[in-house]
Design a protein around this ligand. Structure first.
Ligand code: DC
Length: 229
């Protein structure tokens, strides 16, 4: 198959496998746009919580109501910004409230359909590194390079806490976070719409003991092998 000169690279994997930081670094090295698709699910979750839409009503939400939540995605150059009511969303997306409700929101078919167009328009011109759960399977099935990142549950929990608190967590904290991540993994893998799975032909990279720079280099090598870059 002829490969695109403006490639799309997908990174999928379970929570805390390092997708977003890795995708960011790969995009930066290539001068590509980075799409953190998890942030889009988090933005809709943030808006639903902020607008006080009761959880028991989420299942019945339709596209029109999702549009009315006023979540906007603006992509310019290599930057993708997400707004709610015109306000740029940053750390709010990672609050514990958003994190504990986002799997329920990501399991809603109406939400996934609504976000499909958004994600594809961000990637319409290629030169994109997209990370998430269904990037290589559903959103960009023709992507030029597909990566599936995995890591042990404890390591993923440790990284999540380090990222969120900026310090090395203790054993009890890691166990507690591992339990939460495991629950989210189960929800992501078992939902009927776009469950998390390894895309066909994806390169699986286990990052448990792999230094970050090696991980990035390995992916860049794969990009070099599979694209005309
Ligand atoms: O990667 P993350 O923790 O920011 O993802 C937040 C949630 O969104 C998580 O429950 C999985 C879900 N998600 C998804 O279902 N599909 C994606 N492409 C990205 C994230």
């Amino acid at each position: 198959m002829a490969r695109s000169r403006r490639p799309v690279i997908t990174l999928d994997g379970p929570a805390g496998s390092g997708k977003t930081t890795t995708a960011q670094a790969v995009a930066k090295r290539l001068g590509f746009r980075h799409l953190d698709s998890g942030a889009l699910y988090r933005a809709l979750t943030f808006a639903l919580l902020k607008e006080g839409v009761p959880e028991q009503e989420w299942r019945a939400l339709e596209a029109e109501q999702l549009t009315a939540l006023n979540v906007e995605v603006e992509a310019e150059g290599d930057v993708v910004n997400i707004y709610h009511d015109g306000v740029l969303l940053t750390s709010d997306l990672r609050s514990p409230e958003v994190t504990s409700s986002v799997s329920a929101v990501a399991g809603l078919p109406a939400v996934r359909d609504w976000l499909l167009d958004v994600q594809r328009s961000v990637g319409a011109h290629g030169n994109l590194v997209a990370d998430g759960r269904d990037m290589g399977t559903v959103v960009f099935p023709d992507a030029d390079v597909k990566i599936f990142l995995v890591a042990s549950l404890e390591e993923r929990a440790r990284r999540r806490l380090l990222q969120d608190h900026g310090r090395e967590p203790d054993v009890a904290e890691i166990q507690e976070e591992a339990r939460r991540i495991d629950q989210r993994d189960q929800a992501d893998r078992s939902r009927s719409h776009s469950p998390l799975r390894r895309p066909e032909h994806a390169l699986e990279v286990d990052t448990t003991g792999l230094p970050f720079d090696d991980q990035v280099s390995l992916i860049l090598r794969r990009v070099k092998d599979l694209t005309p870059l």
